[in-house]
Ligand binder design. Structure first.
Ligand SMILES: *Cc1c(COP(=O)(O)O)cnc(C)c1O
Length: 480
């Protein structure tokens, strides 16, 4: 349990919600939703029809949220074999769709600027001077944190660097960083450059964890034994919550606990996990976490990043940090004294006054998360992705799935791998001509992510049906 009532109340910055303590126990039982019992499909052929997918969508209690988003229109003259439909967008892992409310939210900030000029900092019901507080409660709910633990600021890679300032403090005997061998390049580059910045050498200070020979994803047991082995000389463990390429969801609580037991600091890159997987950061106890908000959190391309600093560090003004005026305590920030006194919690790591338009866009999206709630989104996501998995097994037998089959080890995304005989780029272009939008990682992988806020069963059916036809077509052409 996180906060016993005898503990002193954490600073709240005037924002007051409790962090959810742990994953609700009923979640495991609802791993497979009735309309999508994955085993049933393959055996009986049930579920393989468009009608079945439509019926499952009709039974989805979150279905109406789809109407809150702008789907890219189908291309002029697009040939769509599955009939009249909007584009099939399964790319929320890369860039979330635009919530309809974003335009209005941005407009109102532009109006404020036009009407008040600089006075917009203090006028209106949402003055810019406190704009960074406006998304924090909702953002904290998405990642299972207390508001004092969360700030929105900068962007993801910048925040990873900023968090490594206090949480990567290498010494001669404890200098290593543990990451994944196939980490997103930006993460690899960030940690390698931090190691060099401190005068160490990535060749001896960077520990990379990869899957076993012949396997695609990491086993938790292997991560834990690496922590046993390397823990005493490791300063920081920094993995991703959901692996961007394979879609693997790591056992964040087990890995965090094991790393902390070894005396390591722990940070998570939640770029592909925030708004996708269930997160209980306060209860799980990493030192920090960073994420972007333009993937599953739909705040727009290049928009502002999110950052978590655990509450046990909230009042620690002695933490070594890069400082800037926006991290200075609010009570006298505008007194313009030079000496830095940090705000409690994650707010104390801000540097600059925040980009108001990005925060406004994020706010519009987070309102939808508040409406849906993460446990309900996760329930739906488990069902929809199980359905997608079953369709792939039934209709695309030659396609290999890189993502773990265990539902608790994946989020929304499935990563598909094609044989070397399949010209992936041509498949991708053929899908685009059908207004089916997914992404590929050459040479051989396709990432497909039904985002539970706006995707459903029929999207998965349309995607698989179209891909099956495209693969036939491409193979036929290759044989000519
Ligand atoms: C998307 C993503 C990034 C992108 O970083 P930016 O700083 O936002 O450009 C970095 N790391 C991971 C793991 C990602 O998924």
């Amino acid at each position: 349990m996180a906060a016993a009532s005898s503990e002193p109340a954490p600073p709240t910055l005037g924002l007051n919600i409790e962090a959810p303590a742990a994953e609700p126990t009923d979640l495991a039982e609802s791993l497979v939703w009735e309309p999508a019992k994955s085993g049933a499909f393959a055996a009986s052929g049930e579920g393989l029809t468009a009608d079945y997918a439509d019926a499952a969508d009709a039974a989805d209690e979150l279905r109406s949220l789809r109407d809150e988003f702008l789907f890219p229109p189908t291309e002029e003259g697009a040939k769509i074999r599955t009939g009249d439909r909007p584009s099939v967008y399964l790319c929320g892992n890369s860039l979330g769709l635009q919530p309809r409310a974003v335009r209005e939210e941005l407009s109102s900030e532009l109006d404020k600027w036009a009407r008040y000029g600089v006075e917009g900092h203090f006028k209106s019901d949402l003055p810019w001077v406190t704009v960074d507080e406006t998304p924090v409660e909702s953002m904290a709910r998405v990642v299972g944190a207390k508001p004092v633990e969360v700030a929105v600021m900068n962007s993801l890679t910048v925040n990873l660097h900023l968090m490594m300032v206090p949480f990567y403090r290498p010494t001669a005997t404890r200098h290593k960083i543990i990451i994944e061998k196939h980490a997103f390049p930006s993460d690899w580059q960030a940690v390698a450059s931090q190691i060099r910045h401190h005068g160490f050498d990535p060749a001896t200070s960077l520990v990379e964890l990869g899957p076993r020979e012949g396997e695609e994803t990491l086993r938790t047991e292997d991560i834990l034994s690496a922590l046993e082995r390397e823990g005493p000389s490791t300063a920081l463990v920094m993995l991703s919550g959901v692996q961007y390429y394979t879609g693997q969801l790591f056992d964040i609580p087990a890995i965090t606990a094991a790393a902390r037991a070894q005396g390591c600091k722990v940070g998570w890159d939640l770029a592909h996990a925030a708004g996708n997987a269930p997160l209980y950061l306060n209860a799980w106890g990493p030192d920090f976490a960073c994420w972007c908000t333009y993937k599953y959190l739909n705040s727009g391309p290049g928009s502002i990043g999110g950052c978590f600093v655990h509450e046990r560090h909230a009042e620690d003004a002695s933490l070594n940090r890069m400082a800037g005026w926006w991290g200075h305590r609010k009570t006298d920030r505008f007194a313009m004294a030079s000496a830095f006194v940090p705000s409690p919690g994650a707010f104390g790591f801000q540097l600059s006054n925040p980009p108001v338009l990005c925060v406004a866009a994020l706010r519009a999206s987070l309102r939808l998360f508040d409406k849906a709630t993460m446990p309900a989104l996760r329930r739906k996501s488990l069902a929809v992705t199980a359905y997608l998995r079953a369709l792939v097994a039934a209709r695309l037998p030659s396609v290999k799935v890189l993502t773990p089959d265990e539902p608790s080890s994946r989020g929304a995304q499935l990563s598909l791998e094609f044989g070397s005989d399949v010209p992936l780029r041509r498949v991708y272009e053929a899908l685009q001509r059908e207004s089916v939008i997914v992404d590929i990682r050459e040479p051989s992988a396709m990432r497909v992510a039904p985002a539970p806020l706006y995707n459903g069963f029929r999207d998965c059916w349309d995607f698989v049906d179209t891909l099956a036809a495209v693969l036939e077509e491409v193979k036929g052409r290759a044989a000519e």
